[in-house]
Design a protein around this ligand. Structure first.
Ligand code: 13P
Ligand code: SF4
Length: 334
């Protein structure tokens, strides 16, 4: 068994967050200055707040971010996303410094797949190929044969010979969606994303009645009843492209609300309505993604903390399935 990541050691570094910032500082200007001084790149996921997306050098979904991390020539990678994404950037850049503005930016889906339990599950099915969604820890990646994201999952599944049995982890909703799309009978791990499993079928149905011309567009991490009534299902980037290219003027969006910023920028005359969740809150924010702020990004670039730390062994083992994913994606023009 591989030694665990240095997550607790990393978390001690979060103490830097207590530093005070001069409230008169122009954070946009300071961050841009630090980017130049340190040859740093700021990578941001579409679920980050609008101000972070506006100052990022690259905004993307999980696949785009991994591809950008793979090719960067920057010395310092600042990751405005969650821990597993920054870990992926570190795995692809073992000799570079990768920092995450807040190390508590975790992921409920990654947490739903503990390495010891997953290793035991895998051992019960020794003939299965293991495909893991990128939303998992580096320890889970090291136990995988292939990594996938929502952008390339179908290609990865279809690249495995038909007679080979597959374990798919950790997202049971994406897994069930892939079973339907590919016709492959995969063994699914029982994990889910706290943001995407919260949408209310009843409220969305009522909203669709109120907006009969609106198209419902959903991320495949949503539960099957939501996907079944959706007009389009796709990764974050696919949803963004669909909303831009489809002639419809109104969209009900069943994913994290951060993406609405870019959708609205791309299509200023269209209306985007966040799909209602199954609780009294009207928002679908990922609490982990939204831990990052401009202030924390500034501090993190200034002090180059907190840094993602991993053992060489973990980096080597987890890089194998990630590189397989990148190769298959490149072959398919993704
Ligand atoms: P993508 O960025 O691959 O669409 O995944 C969504 C997500 O939940 C990221 O945490
Ligand atoms: Fe994890 Fe869901 Fe947040 Fe993405 S949106 S980081 S899958 S909890």
């Amino acid at each position: 068994m591989i030694s665990t990541s240095k997550h607790s050691e990393e978390l001690l570094q979060n103490g830097y967050l207590n530093r005070e910032i001069d409230p008169t500082l122009d954070l946009f200007a300071e961050i841009n200055k630090l980017k130049k001084e340190k040859n740093a790149i700021l990578l941001a996921h579409y679920y980050q707040s609008a101000d972070i997306q506006d100052i990022a050098d690259y905004i993307g979904d999980s696949l785009g971010l991994a591809q950008e991390a793979e090719k960067t020539t920057a010395d310092l990678i600042v990751f405005a996303g969650v821990h597993f994404m920054a870990e992926t950037a570190k795995i692809l850049n073992p000799n570079k410094k990768v920092v995450l503005p807040d190390l508590f930016a975790g992921c409920s889906l990654a947490d739903s797949c503990p390495p010891i339990e997953f290793a035991a599950f895998k051992a019960q099915h020794p003939n299965h190929v293991v495909i893991c969604y990128i939303n998992c820890t580096a320890e889970i990646k090291a136990l995988s044969d292939y990594i996938c994201t929502s952008s390339n999952a179908e290609y990865i599944v279809n690249s495995i010979p038909k007679e080979t049995p597959i374990i798919f982890a950790p997202d049971k909703n994406l897994g069930a969606y892939l079973v339907k799309k590919t016709g492959r009978d995969m063994l699914l791990w029982d994990g889910a994303c706290m943001v995407h499993e919260i949408f209310s079928l009843e409220k969305i149905t009522r909203l669709k009645e109120k907006h009969p011309n609106a198209l419902l567009i959903s991320h495949p991490e949503c539960e099957a009843p939501i996907l079944d009534i959706s007009d389009f299902v796709g990764s974050t980037t696919a949803l963004l492209n669909f909303s831009k290219n489809n002639p419809a003027n109104e969209f009900i969006v069943a994913t994290e609300t951060g993406i609405l910023h870019k959708m609205q920028l791309n299509s200023p005359n269209k209306t985007f309505i966040p799909a209602p969740p199954n609780n009294s809150c009207a928002c679908n924010d990922c609490p982990h993604m939204k831990l990052n702020t401009l202030e924390k990004i500034y501090l993190c670039m200034k002090y180059e903390l907190p840094e993602i730390l991993m053992s060489d062994e973990l980096i080597t083992k987890s890089s194998i399935p990630i590189n397989r994913m990148l190769e298959i994606s490149a072959k398919n023009g993704l």
